[in-house]
Design a protein around this ligand. Structure first.
Ligand code: NAD
Ligand code: DAU
Length: 332
């Protein structure tokens, strides 16, 4: 298969590109990525010389470019998005442009050119939060933030293009990923890299919010199975079966790193903060997938990766990143 992987220079996308090139000897991959602050050629450095890999810098909202790139592909996997909830609260516009209009642009090209397969990488955040029980794929969408609302817009457009135009599309909605190459603005890599520098770990509110943690390589395996074996027009939840309170994750990071708990700093809560996410994953289990990484082991490996790859993350905590955090938390 020839795959067009949009957003393949980000965290999950780059892990997926590596996964495909390692696991699928007959596949080739073209990455289309705008290289926003979150996109990074360094994420793909180890595959950049592979003859089955090509990189194109560009925007999924550029209709001419995406049509050009789709002419000979067998499948499109769309990871491209603005992804950070806190940024969506400060700067929502880019989320609408990429997550909604960008997705629409891809779908129009898929429809016109008759691309045989389209997989949209969506998120469990489209369901909003749930205090008890778990979301199934039939649960209503009730997003809380500009990020999750824009992702819900893209997700619903995909399903509408399947129903109205017969576009051969599928959707995955996964829970919180962690692992190597995650931009150090998200909880786990932010807290690991802050702890390495003995900086405070800013826990929002009381830290009792619950997230379901999924190792990125487990998600890559899930995405690959859905892409190849999933039923068109179908949504697949992808969860890690690993619900933890944020404060528990924070303490686990500090304990593993041998750092003191007085680095924990309780700060103002995130506006509209979702209390708990939890996913029913029976549907994807029927395709033979199961999350397989134990969180304690996965976290240990992730911490080790950030310790060994300071050259990767240190430049990302540079001026632009500080500007953003200063805007949010004030100067430190
Ligand atoms: P990320 O922020 O690390 O990467 C996003 C990538 O998209 C970057 O490489 C960026 O340059 C690229 N991009 C952004 N706008 C673009 C545009 N207009 N055109 C082309 N490329 C563009 O994100 P991630 O954490 O890897 O998430 C990937 C996808 O998975 C997203 O769609 C996200 O909503 C979804 N998701 C993420 C998680 C998670 O925990 N990280 C969980 C569930 C779903
Ligand atoms: O659930 C899937 C989603 O997970 C993805 O769709 C998003 O792209 C991804 O960013 C992630 O969203 P969250 O908002 O859950 O992730 P984040 O890492 O920003 O925060 C995780 C939890 O930790 C959340 O409850 C907020 C809290 N938090 C986060 C940060 C960055 C803190 O307490 N302090 C922080 O500094």
């Amino acid at each position: 298969m020839k795959l067009l992987v949009c957003g393949g220079a980000g965290f999950i996308g780059s892990n997926y590109v590596r996964y495909v090139l390692n696991e699928r000897a007959d596949d080739s991959v073209v990455v289309l990525d705008k290289l926003t602050y979150a996109g990074n050629r360094a994420n793909l450095a180890d595959v950049s010389e592979d003859p089955l890999f090509e990189f194109v810098m560009g925007d999924i909202a550029d209709a001419t470019l995406v049509r050009d790139l789709m002419r000979e592909v067998d499948a499109v996997v769309n990871f491209a998005a603005e992804t950070h909830v806190d940024r969506s609260i400060l700067f929502p516009e880019e989320f609408i442009r990429t997550d909604v209009v960008g997705t629409f642009t891809l779908l129009e090209a898929v429809r016109d050119l008759g691309v045989p397969r389209y997989l949209q990488i969506s998120t469990d955040e489209v369901y909003g939060y749930i205090l008890e029980g778990k979301f199934t794929e039939e649960s209503p969408l009730d997003p809380s933030s500009p990020y999750s609302a824009s992702k819900a817009g893209g997700d619903l457009l995909v399903l509408a293009y399947y129903r109205t135009f017969g576009v051969p599309a599928l959707v995955t909605r996964s829970s919180n990923n962690y692992g190597p190459y995650q931009y150090p603005e998200k909880l786990i890599p932010l807290f690991i890299t802050n702890a390495l520098d003995d900086l405070p770990l800013p826990v929002y509110g009381d830290g009792r919010q619950v997230r379901d943690w999924l190792h990125v390589l487990d998600n890559c395996a899930a995405i690959d199975i859905v892409l190849r074996e999933g039923a068109e027009g179908t949504v697949y939840n992808v969860g890690g079966n690993c619900e933890l309170e944020n404060i528990g994750v924070t303490r686990a990071i500090l304990a593993e790193m041998g750092k003191p708990e007085n680095l924990i700093e309780y700060v103002d809560d995130r506006p509209g903060h979702d209390i708990r996410y939890a996913l029913e994953i029976d549907r994807i289990r029927e395709l033979g997938w199961e999350p397989s990484t134990d969180f304690t082991e996965g976290l240990k490996d992730t911490i080790r990766w950030y310790i060994e790859n300071e050259d990767w993350w240190r430049p990302l905590k540079d001026r632009a990143f500080r500007e953003y955090y200063e805007k949010q938390y004030g100067e430190r």
